[in-house]
Each structure stands twice: as C-alpha cells, then as structure tokens.
Design a protein around this ligand. Structure first.
Ligand code: PGA
Length: 243
C-alpha cells in the first residue's frame, strides 16, 4: 500500500487526472472503474479539459460505475447515472452503469459484475471512501468476500446524497454495488480522499485492523493500491508518524 499526502484538494485532483490519463496512455482500451461523489468532480473537470485540448483520449476506453441506487429512473436527479452525465465529459468508448430501475436489482448487479469479469476485469478502479469507511456502497458489515449485491444504505450515506436528490426522503433506501471481492479483483486501485472530516476514517482504514466494520480496510490486502490524500485527510497519519 502506498500513501501520498499532497497539499490540497486541487493537487489531489491533478494527481488523479494524471493517473487516469496514464492508464489510457499505457492501455488505450483500458477498463476503468470510476466513482461518483464530490471528491472526484474536480479531477473529472480536469480530464474533460484535457480531452477537449487533445491531451487525453478515452475513445477506446470503457468506464464502469461501481454502484448505483435502486428504485429510481435513469433520469432521476441524484442517481449515479445522472452524475456521470453531468460530470464525466471524457467521451469514453462506452459508459456502463447499472440501471436504477432494474426490476430485479440483485440479478442485474450480479450480471453487471459478471460482465466486468468476463471482459477481463478492471485495469484501474478509482474509489472514494465515505465517513463510515464504505467503498462503493459496501457499508460497514461488508465482508472481504462480499460480491455484487443489493444493500440497505445507511442514514449517513443517504443524508450525504439528500441535496442531489432534492431532499432526504427522495433518496432511495437501497443501492446496488460491486462487492468488496469484486473491487479487490481490479488490477490497480487508487483511493482519493480530501477533507479533515475523513482523517479518522483514513487512519482506521490504512493503519487499523482489517475488519468488515471498516470496509475500506480490506484494501490493505491488495498489492497495488495507492491512497492519494490532501493534507487534511492525511492529518491522522502525519500526527502518528511524529509520535
Ligand atoms: P464524497 O463521497 O466524495 O462525496 O465524499 C465519497 C464516498 O462516499 O464514497
């Protein structure tokens, strides 16, 4: 596990854009898992700028969502489908996102994960982490061997999406997610985290025991994982190393 602590969120966004561009330079038909959330937005803007300027080319790359809400339409504001439409203007060969209105979401997300596996897996999976330590929608309690499935979202996670859906009561209570085991099958993983409110969970995930209570801690088992943090998110690590 490697950890880079950069000055600020802007530096994290640039670093992330560099890493994602490098992945498609090395392998133009790379298969990328890209997350939603507030953290990656600046990096996605930078990537779009590079594509526009001819400095990045995703036309042969496939992008995969790693989770989606259930019980919503593809056009419902707040869904991950809408997030990609709004924030990810990199023109990949294809963007694969689970259908939030799938009638049988359990079968749908299992087939989605199986299609990723059959296609050769993800070359690079970018992840954010929630304050509960979730990765994708793998909330606390998610086992190391958990697979793609339907999950009940925690109130904290639902609250984090209230603004995008318009209000808390509009946020679905269920989501579909790739499982921890699915995510760990990615050839390389990059976790990006910014903000002081994530410092404690970053410390628990990287320095604490591997436990289902902190799903991001399972990433310690992967042999090519890079954490890219801003100084605020990395504050817990720095304080410890000075002890
Ligand atoms: P955020 O979400 O980037 O909006 O903080 C991260 C996550 O919940 O995975």
């Amino acid at each position: 596990m490697r950890i880079e602590v950069l000055d600020d969120a802007a530096a994290v966004a640039m670093r992330l854009a560099d890493i994602i561009c490098e992945a498609v330079q090395t392998k133009p038909d790379a298969r990328l898992g890209l997350p939603t959330g507030n953290t990656p937005i600046a990096a996605y803007m930078e990537l779009a700028r590079r594509v526009e300027a001819g400095a990045g080319d995703f036309s042969r790359a496939d992008v995969f969502a790693i989770d989606e809400f259930c019980d919503a339409a593809r056009t419902t504001p707040g869904t991950n489908t809408m997030f990609y439409r709004e924030h990810l203007a990199i023109r990949p060969r294809a963007l694969h996102c689970p259908n939030p209105s799938a009638e049988d979401p359990a079968a749908h997300i299992a087939a989605f994960a199986e299609a990723i596996r059959r296609g050769g897996g993800l070359d690079l999976c970018v992840l954010g982490i929630g304050r509960t330590g979730h990765i994708a929608f793998n909330e606390p309690g998610s086992a190391r061997d958990s697979r793609a499935r339907v999950v009940a979202l925690t109130e904290l996670s639902r609250a984090a999406h209230a603004e995008n859906f318009g209000s808390l009561d509009k946020v679905p209570s269920r989501g579909m997610t790739l499982g921890v085991a699915d995510l760990l099958e990615s050839r390389a993983i990059v976790v990006m985290v910014t903000g002081a409110h994530k410092a404690d969970i970053v410390r628990a995930a990287t320095k604490g025991p591997m436990t289902a209570e902190v799903p991001a801690s399972w990433l310690q088992e992967h042999d090519d994982v890079l954490w890219v943090l801003d100084a605020d998110a990395g504050a817990g690590l720095t304080a410890k190393s000075k002890e």
